[in-house]
Design a protein around this ligand. Sequence first.
Ligand code: SAH
Length: 227
Amino acid sequence: MHFNILTIFPEMFPGTLAGGVVGRALDRGVWSYKVINIRDFAINNYGSVDDEQFGGGVGMVMRPDVLGAALDSIENPGQIIYFSPRGPTLTQKMVRNFAENSENKTFTLLCGRYEGIDQRVIDMYNIMELSIGDYILSGGEIAAQVFVDSAVRLVDNVLGGGVDATANESFEIGGLEWPLYTRPSVWRGQSVPEVLLSGHHGNIERWRKEQSDAITKERRPDLLKEK
Ligand code: SAH
């Protein structure tokens, strides 16, 4: 899996992606990335990449000539994604699709800043817009890291623990995860639910399913409708 990342803040990468299982996978060569500094394609020596919005209004827009040149510099862009609140919201199901047959896949991730990017770039390069939630970030870099992290952890052998490690998760099980407990079995007078100490796998599975259903019904009934 390879990611081309277009940003005016190259120092923000790999950022959070350097840590944990995703960082180890980067060291092992499971995935790779190349940062393209959009400023390298600026229209002048001041490094301008943005301009005022046609039609008036506050805020600057990233220029199409700059972004076009930056995109054209990439030999194999693969699927191009622009992070934007206007796109569909990323879900685990979508992440699964992106990560499928990941070995030879390339994604080009365009991180917006200011008010966003000129519409003609989105149209010309057939770019997919993708949101990470209904709120406004100051830039697409965090969204790009969310995208890479969620996709890479689904690649085989990135997580220890085999297939179960990615399958036994909220959203993957048709709802939210059951409550988790570890040692000590009694902490500040509070015991772990008896059934989890019983060693009876059937009962444990039933309890987890009940807990998962109850918590999903209470917090995210929309997920039950999706099933
Ligand atoms: N004017 C835009 C918001 C611009 S925020 C609007 O109203 O839709 C600046 C940049 O941050 C965007 O270009 C985008 O790349 C990124 N961004 C902001 N919120 C985001 C979100 N929820 N998901 C993904 N990217 C986001």
